[in-house]
Design a binder for this molecule. Structure first.
Ligand SMILES: [Fe+2]
Ligand SMILES: [Fe+2]
Length: 359
C-alpha cells in the first residue's frame, strides 16, 4: 500500500541531530536524510519533499546557500524550508527569512516544538497548494465565461448590423469597413485598446438606426428630395435610441448619435461643434465619409479612394478633426490599410449630402 504521509527531508551534518529529529518525526512522516548541501539539492529535485529541515552550519555548502539554490529552482522553490540553528542572533534568523525560509528551530531541540512547527508548515503549504489550485480553476472559469460573453456580444452586434444591412444591397459591409478603418485610425493616433474596442463596436452599429428609413429611400437612384433627406437624418437618433439601453462600458449610443456631426456645426442631428463632439465620433465621421466616398451609391458611381482622401485634405480642420484626418491620410500613405477588394458595395450614407459640393 502506498505511504501517503508527508515526506520531510532532514539536512544536517551532525549524526546526533539527525537521530534526534528522526526519532521525533518518524512516526508521523516519511523521512529523507542528507548530510551535505549538494546531496540535499539532488534529493529535493528528485523526490520533491513536502518540507525541508535545514541545518545552517555545514561544511562545503552551508544552509543559506542550499536555501538560495532551492528557491531559485522552479521545481523546488515552493518547498517550505525550516532552518535549524544554534545561532540565536537575530541577524542570522533574518537572513534565513530573506532567503525564503518559512521558520526556524533553535538547537537544542524540543520534540514538541519540532512536531508543532513541522505540522503547522505542512498544513500551511497544503492550504497554499489548495488555494492556488482553486484560484487557477476560478481563473479558467472566468476566462471561459468571458470568452462566451464576448462571443455572444459579437454575435448580437453582428445580428443587429445585419438587421439593417439586409434591407438593401448597398448597405452590406459598410459598417464593418467603417469600423475597421476607424480602429486603424484610432490605433495610428495611439489610443488605448479599450477605447479602440468601443470605437469598433460603435462603428459596427453606427447606422443601425437606418432600420427606420424606408427601403424605397435607401435604394432610390438620383438626387434625394429634401423631405427624403430629412427622413435619412433621423438615423443617428434612432441608432442612439436602440443602443442607449445597452450597458456598454463605452458611450456607444452617444458615439453613434454624433457620427454625422461636423466640426463647424454643419452636421446633424445636434449641430454641435469642435470638442463638443466626442473624439470617437470624430474618428467615426472620418472613417464613414472615407468609406462612403470610395464606394458605389445608388445615386452615383464610386468616386474612389483618392477622391475621398482629397476631400479629407480639403475639409481638414473645417468639417473633420485635423488630427484624425492626418492619422487617416498617414495609414493610407504608408499602405497600412486598404478596403478589401472583395468587400461588397457599401450602404448609402448621405453624410456627404450636407457638403456644398454635393448639393
Ligand atoms: Fe450614418
Ligand atoms: Fe455610415
Amino acid at each position: 500500500m502506498n505511504d501517503t504521509r508527508s515526506l520531510v527531508l532532514i539536512v544536517d551534518d551532525n549524526a546526533t541531530n539527525i537521530d534526534l529529529l528522526v526519532n521525533t518525526l518518524k512516526d508521523e512522516y516519511r523521512l529523507g536524510i542528507s548530510k551535505k548541501g549538494e546531496t540535499a539539492l539532488e534529493y529535493a529535485a528528485k523526490y520533491r519533499p513536502d518540507l525541508i529541515l535545514l541545518d545552517i552550519m555545514m561544511p562545503e555548502m552551508d544552509g543559506y546557500e542550499v536555501c538560495r539554490r532551492l528557491k531559485e529552482n522552479p521545481s523546488t522553490q515552493a518547498i517550505p524550508v525550516i532552518f535549524i540553528t544554534a545561532m540565536t542572533e537575530t541577524v542570522n534568523k533574518t537572513k534565513g527569512f530573506t532567503l525564503g525560509a518559512v521558520d526556524y528551530i533553535t538547537k537544542p531541540f524540543h520534540a514538541a516544538e519540532v512536531k508543532a512547527r513541522v505540522a503547522t508548515h505542512l498544513a500551511l503549504a497544503a492550504m497554499k497548494v489548495q488555494l492556488e489550485a482553486q484560484n487557477e480553476l476560478l481563473e479558467r472559469m472566468v476566462a471561459q465565461k468571458t470568452r462566451q460573453i464576448q462571443e455572444m456580444l459579437d454575435g448580437i452586434i453582428t445580428s443587429m448590423a445585419l438587421m439593417v444591412e439586409i434591407r438593401d444591397p448597398y448597405t452590406a459591409g459598410h459598417q464593418q469597413r467603417v469600423a475597421r478603418l476607424a480602429c486603424a485610425i484610432a490605433s495610428q493616433m495611439g489610443l488605448s485598446p479599450k477605447i479602440i474596442e468601443g470605437i469598433r463596436i460603435a462603428g459596427l452599429l453606427h447606422d443601425v438606426g437606418k432600420i427606420r428609413v424606408p427601403v424605397s429611400i435607401l435604394n432610390r437612384t438620383g438626387q434625394l428630395l429634401d423631405a427624403e433627406m430629412d427622413v435619412i437624418k433621423i438615423h443617428p437618433r434612432v441608432s442612439y435610441e436602440i443602443l442607449k439601453g445597452i450597458p456598454f462600458p463605452w458611450p456607444c449610443a452617444r458615439i453613434v448619435l454624433q457620427h454625422h456631426e461636423r466640426l463647424d456645426g454643419t452636421g446633424y442631428p445636434l449641430g454641435i461643434r469642435g470638442d463638443e463632439i466626442l473624439l470617437e465620433s470624430r474618428i467615426l465621421a472620418v472613417a464613414d465619409v472615407t468609406e462612403a466616398r470610395s464606394s458605389f451609391r445608388p445615386y452615383r458611381p464610386a468616386q474612389g479612394l483618392e477622391a475621398a482622401l482629397a476631400e479629407l485634405r480639403e475639409l481638414r480642420g473645417i468639417c473633420y478633426d485635423a488630427t484624425v484626418v492626418d492619422a487617416c491620410l498617414a495609414i493610407f500613405a504608408e499602405g497600412e490599410f486598404r478596403f478589401e477588394c472583395n468587400e461588397r458595395p457599401a450602404t448609402p450614407d448621405f453624410g456627404e449630402k450636407l457638403l456644398p459640393s454635393y448639393r
